[in-house]
Design a protein around this ligand. Structure first.
Ligand SMILES: Nc1ncnc2c1ncn2[C@@H]1O[C@H](COP(=O)(O)OP(=O)(O)O)[C@@H](O)[C@H]1O
Ligand SMILES: [Mg+2]
Length: 276
């Protein structure tokens, strides 16, 4: 569980060697080339966005409200079409990639079914795909354990705190073993203590998984620096990607990173990039 980033890189390289992929050029999971999004009412939400997202990365998107962060996510998941440029998701078009169940999302509102217990809630995506009950419940137990809720399989959402509901939401997203996990301000409604413990949980889950890439939207620069391997900085009107800042700090991260001088330096460079 407690691994250094080097372990991640070397096992990634081993996996790549086994499949014959050049380890120095890991495949990009997502590529945005000169992406524009103009909504039908004329709003230019995103303009000429360029970004390469490689496997196993943790990308945070920061930028003021309305700068196009959610729009970029919606284009990646195929919820809305881009109006210019080229977008590739898992080597294909986003709509095709979505069909493969390799993309999952988590939103700020957990949207659980109140009359279903946690096991039923997290295994719903498998039920929709007609996976047999025994198998989907096994998978449900696996992901509830992963988020620390294995003793709550029979509980109802109304019995849970906000942080626990978010864990259930994350578990439901993980049940399909996605390659790409998109999270749109997932911790924005949580108190600071719960937020920090979920950040650590999320990093632990991501470190355990050797193939998942996380894209995460946040307003919070501290959260972005703590979580990311790369921070994407966006500017508004029209929404542009103005900077991609690499957070060159090994994983696992913990309290020592939150108070380290390097942490404040990264926070400063992201903040000053946001101001330009
Ligand atoms: N469906 C829509 N139709 C028209 N304009 C939209 C739509 N969705 C978002 N916008 C506009 O596009 C811009 C970017 O929005 P959004 O991607 O939601 O920003 P963010 O997630 O960074 O707050 C904003 O000006 C917003 O008002
Ligand atoms: Mg948004």
């Amino acid at each position: 569980m407690e691994r250094q980033i080097m372990t991640r890189i070397s096992s990634q390289a081993e996996a790549a060697a086994a499949t014959g992929i050049d380890r120095h050029h890991p495949q990009n999971l997502v590529e945005l080339k000169n992406i524009d999004k103009v909504y039908p009412n004329g709003t230019v939400a995103v303009e000429r966005a360029n970004l390469d997202i490689a496997e196993n990365e943790f990308f945070c998107f920061v930028g003021p409200s309305g700068c196009g962060k959610s729009t970029i996510f919606n284009m990646i998941t195929g919820l809305t079409e881009h109006t210019g440029g080229e977008l590739s998701v898992l080597g294909t078009e986003s709509k095709e990639a979505r069909k493969e169940n390799e993309i999952a999302f988590v939103f700020q509102e957990p949207t659980l079914l109140p009359w279903n217990n946690l096991l039923e809630n997290v295994s719903l995506p498998l039920k929709l795909r007609k996976v047999p009950k025994k198998q989907r419940h096994e998978e449900g137990e696996r992901v509830l354990e992963l988020v620390g809720l294995k003793d709550y399989t029979k509980s109802l959402p109304s019995q849970l705190s906000g942080g626990m509901k978010m864990r259930v939401s994350i578990a439901r997203a993980l049940i399909s073993r996605p390659k790409l996990l998109l999270m749109d301000e997932p911790f924005g409604a949580l108190d600071e203590f719960t937020r920090q413990s979920l950040q650590d949980e999320l990093l632990r889950i991501w470190s355990q998984d050797q193939r998942m890439t996380v894209l995460f939207i946040t307003h919070n620069v501290f959260e972005a620096v703590y979580l990311s391997s790369q921070v994407v900085v966006m500017t508004p009107s029209p929404g542009r990607i103005s900077d991609v800042i690499q957070i060159d700090e090994p994983f696992p991260r913990g309290e020592n990173f939150r108070v380290a001088p390097s942490f404040s330096q990264y926070v400063q460079s992201v903040t000053s990039s946001l101001e330009h």
